[in-house]
Design a protein around this ligand. Structure first.
Ligand SMILES: [Zn+2]
Length: 386
């Protein structure tokens, strides 16, 4: 199996944009990124299979389609990254640095600059709706699932798939690519297709890309084996929210207890892992999410809980009615002077209102500045790429 993967990767891992169909200035543009983590080649392979079939059958998309590689050097070495995780470098500050200097010290800075240039040139070529897909796999066994920032446009597209959808991972991660993309108002979905070395992960990635092409009306259901792929990705399609992340220190020697599958139930105080000093127990009851069964990585595990239909409907209505504007007139909360998507709350108010209220109104990322907390809204208008 590994040999097959290597052979497939040999064909594609030199070219950043390894396939494109540029058919329309104002049509929908789908951008699929595979292998931003070099130890996750299944997404690249799935993408390559779709590309091969599009070429063989001479299928023309009713819009634009790009297949892009993430961490090329790490993919070749079959490691997650060389110096830095390429999916943790997408803060505005880091990206601004890229545009200043061409003498990069670290491998991932070179990779990031090329990836940034590729995305920027695509965004400047087209004017229609942009949809970004980032293809991943996990170190633990899992059913396929989607991760998104909680904006209504992300939710609407994600709901078209029969898959679990996990909201709000960006609150716990610094600098993932899709959060950066979301800042410009574009739709951006992460797809985790299964465990790294599972052959089904390739097939699931392939199915997801075909169904995405179809759901965006870039192709019709006769262009591919619709029934087969639709049947393949039939899972429970609920929304989940992350309530806890177990962060790792560099000298952690973190070791998960064996046998945890993604989305399996855990109880409060259940023993989850060990590190050099302690037994690590779950602080909450819920479902375990992305338990770490590999050496490289900063997140030991997450706990998620299912969101109720009531909460989802209420938050949708509140956002359509733009009721978030009410928040900024409450005492202790003010609008950010430069950022229209940011509210500044003093810590006392933030405690009373709790993060849950901000979540309801569509505010997610929390940044602590002095004795204030800044909450950033995920729904936003489309703006030009920096
Ligand atoms: Zn990944």
């Amino acid at each position: 199996m590994i040999a097959q993967l290597e052979e497939a990767l040999e064909q594609t891992v030199d070219q950043r944009i390894f396939y494109s169909q540029n058919n329309s200035v104002k049509g929908v543009t789908l951008i699929c990124i595979g292998g931003i983590h070099g130890n996750e080649p299944a997404g690249v392979k799935g993408l390559q299979k779709v590309v091969n079939e599009l070429k063989a059958k001479h299928i023309t998309c009713n819009g634009n389609f790009y297949a892009i590689l993430g961490n090329i050097k790490a993919l070749k070495k079959q490691i997650r990254y060389n110096d830095y995780d390429l999916n943790r470098l997408w803060t505005k500050e880091e990206v601004k640095e890229l545009t200043k200097d061409a003498n990069f010290e670290f491998e991932e800075q070179k990779e990031q600059k090329e990836l940034y240039d590729a995305i920027k040139s695509i965004c400047e070529t087209h004017q229609g709706k942009f949809v970004f897909i980032d293809l991943h796999t996990t170190s633990s066994p899992t059913i396929p699932f989607i991760t998104i920032s909680d904006s209504l446009n992300n939710r609407t597209l994600a709901k078209q798939f029969h898959l679990p959808i996990v909201l709000g991972i960006e609150e716990y991660l610094e600098g993932p690519l899709l959060s950066f993309i979301n800042e410009f108002g574009h739709i951006a979905l992460g797809f985790e297709s299964g465990q790294h070395d599972d052959m089904n992960s390739i097939l699931n990635s392939e199915a997801f890309i075909w169904l995405m092409l179809y759901n965006l009306r870039l192709i019709n259901n006769k262009a591919f084996d619709y029934k087969r792929y639709e049947a393949l990705l039939q899972f429970e399609n609920g929304f989940y929210e992350i309530i806890y992340r177990h962060n790792l220190s560099p000298i952690h020697q973190f070791k998960m207890k064996p046998g945890f599958k993604n989305f399996s139930h855990v109880m409060k105080h259940q023993l989850i892992a060990n590190d050099k000093l302690n037994e690590i127990k779950s602080p909450f009851s819920g479902l375990i999410f992305m338990p770490l069964y590999q050496k490289q990585g900063e997140d030991g595990f997450f706990i998620v809980r299912k969101l109720s239909r009531f909460w989802l409907t209420l938050s949708t209505i509140m956002r359509y009615l733009k009721l978030h504007k009410v928040l900024s007139v409450l005492p202790g909360i003010s609008a950010h002077p430069q950022n229209e998507y940011c509210l500044i709350a003093n810590k006392k108010v933030a405690l009373i209102l709790t993060t849950k209220i901000f979540h309801l109104f569509g505010y997610r990322r929390k940044i602590i500045v002095g004795d204030t907390i800044q909450f950033i809204k995920r729904d936003r208008k489309v703006t030009a790429f920096i």
